[in-house]
Design a protein around this ligand. Sequence first.
Ligand SMILES: C[S@@+](CC[C@H](N)C(=O)[O-])C[C@H]1O[C@@H](n2cnc3c(N)ncnc32)[C@H](O)[C@@H]1O
Length: 261
Amino acid sequence: MNSTPLFCAEPARKDTALRLAERFGLARVKQRPETGYWLELGDTRLSLETVGRHGSVYAEFVEGAARHRREQGGGRGQPVARAIGLKGGVAAPFVVDATAGLGRDGFVLASLGCRVTLVERSPVAAALLHDALERASVHPDTMDIAARMRLVHANSIDWLAALDEKERPDVVFVDPMFPDTGKSAAAKKDMQAFQHVIGDDLDTAALLEAAIAAARTRVVVKRPRLGPPIEGYPPSANLDGKSTRFDLYSIKALRPACGQG
Ligand SMILES: C[S@@+](CC[C@H](N)C(=O)[O-])C[C@H]1O[C@@H](n2cnc3c(N)ncnc32)[C@H](O)[C@@H]1O
């Protein structure tokens, strides 16, 4: 059982709280905790809460930064789009976001037309994602995008290894947690909370290996701009964003005989 409990602050949503607790293995508490971190289900959304450190953390695809990115995001010209190989008239690839987190990258890719499977192993992050996807799927501005997104609560290392040949994605996107990732105040708040609740991802080399074995065309790893690449395989190319770098691993270059699956 995960140690971050779920508190339902809205009696009318008790059934939703029960379903969330069951699906993601969350312990329910009757009183709002006074210390530590907890998930709180309110009348409009699920959020990760704490006292004194920072405000609410939640996944959001309809309003705020997600709306801004949807409306002004730079389309296929933005670095993440180029990193996954989206250009001109090329059909949007099927992407597995193997470290879904709060789904920001996955949502950008789905906004660009990709079918995206979001895989997240933390029950806390997965529950927050589930809630945001439910809200996005009933809002007229985002329902089409949400329909291209699917959430899987699993460890990507095992999940990727178990895929059938016909289920293999074109691209696997990987953005593991390292100390000090994220430059914006919002990202800092989210990552500070995730550091407490989830901790660093210490098995990235195994994840990269599983991603390379599963992807048909490429693996994209998002890194801090000056951070080292993940150990194991040298990237085939890099693409610099403002504060991040994308390391690209071409399957053709790594597995010449079977690169096109
Ligand atoms: C830095 S966050 C990703 C942020 C995300 N790109 C976004 O846009 O919100 C890393 C997330 O990957 C998840 N993660 C790391 N390794 C994983 C694995 N092997 N399988 C599934 N999830 C994993 C962590 O639990 C964490 O939620």
